[in-house]
Ligand binder design. Structure first.
Ligand SMILES: NC(=O)c1ccc[n+]([C@@H]2O[C@H](COP(=O)([O-])OP(=O)(O)OC[C@H]3O[C@@H](n4cnc5c(N)ncnc54)[C@H](OP(=O)(O)O)[C@@H]3O)[C@@H](O)[C@H]2O)c1
Length: 272
């Protein structure tokens, strides 16, 4: 299957890198980008060819990945609409906040389109991507889309497109919540007398270890938390302060704010 990436930036680089590392022949991949330096870099690192003509890329491909910024999407989608009518091709948009209805308006009715919402750790192959298939997406298309996006980490399918705003608020924006927590732990460690480098290392490695345990142990996060919290101990003393500060409620309000903002941005990007 020939896959064309429209837009050769960060996300395309991580997907192309992941696919090539997993054995996809570089000759099956094509990248379209106006910046020659981007194409040269992708050719050098992964042996993937490309060009500046989005129409040519779309015409030759079986699967077209739209990987430009949301504000560029309307022009890019309209620009390849004619090529997509020539024969059946699946289009995958990885742009945050671009709805299927808007893509269908720009690309033309009847094109099978899926949406993918990756997150930042996808750039190091440790992302999670939420997927949603629109009208005309078959079971086989879903397998192809999942194989594509799993090159950048885990995948999960949604059963309603409207859930994408909540996904954006949890996994899209989520890495920043964890970075904030690492920052706060580092600062607290320094305030408690640790050298700065040691405080950061302890905070970062603890985040990594806790994330890996939550992902791999098969236990619920609540059970893992209880296992490290002995009655009257140090962890219990800290958690008491966090619970008294209504940390769970604060996260609830933060995620609600991000969800609302995601819907607003989708309205804004789709209004062209
Ligand atoms: N990076 C993330 O963490 C992340 C997470 C979730 C979703 N996403 C989504 O993934 C998409 C791509 O993000 P990214 O970080 O890879 O962005 P990026 O690095 O800016 O890549 C976009 C690329 O598309 C090129 N481009 C611009 N106009 C074009 C056109 N008309 N035809 C073809 N290519 C064109 C850009 O060139 P110029 O630089 O010259 O404009 C740039 O090289 C975005 O829609 C974003 O919402 C990204």
């Amino acid at each position: 299957m020939r896959i064309a990436f429209i837009g050769g930036g960060n996300m395309t680089t991580s997907l192309v890198g992941g696919l090539v590392r997993r054995g996809t022949p570089a000759g099956d991949l094509w990248v379209s980008d106006p910046v020659t330096a981007q194409l040269e870099r992708l050719a050098r690192e992964f042996g993937v060819r490309g060009g500046a003509d989005n129409r040519e890329a779309a015409r030759e491909a079986d699967l077209v990945v739209l990987a430009v910024k949301p504000q560029q999407m309307a022009d890019v989608a309209r620009g390849i609409a004619t090529q997509l009518t020539e024969r059946r091709r699946v289009v995958v948009s990885i742009a945050a906040g671009i709805r299927l209805a808007d893509l269908a308006r720009w690309l033309g009715a009847g094109i099978p389109i899926a949406r993918a919402m990756p997150n930042r750790p996808a750039l190091i192959g440790a992302g999670i991507t939420a997927l949603y298939g629109g009208n005309g997406i078959t079971v086989r298309d879903r397998d192809d889309v999942e194989a594509l996006m799993s090159a950048a980490g885990a995948t999960v399918w949604l059963d309603q497109e409207s859930q994408m705003d909540a996904v954006t608020a949890i996994s899209g924006s989520g890495p920043a919540y964890f970075f904030l927590l690492i920052e706060a732990l580092e600062a607290a460690g320094i305030a408690a007398g640790l050298p700065a480098g040691t405080a950061r290392r302890l905070a970062v490695e603890t985040a990594r270890g806790a994330g890996l345990m939550a992902a791999e142990s098969g236990e619920t996060p609540a059970a893992l938390r209880e296992q490290v919290t002995s009655r009257g101990g140090t962890t219990a003393a800290a958690l008491e302060v966090l619970e008294a500060a209504a940390m769970r409620d604060t996260f609830g309000r933060a995620v609600a704010a991000a969800t609302r903002r995601s819907a607003q941005l989708a309205d804004q990007f789709g209004g062209t």
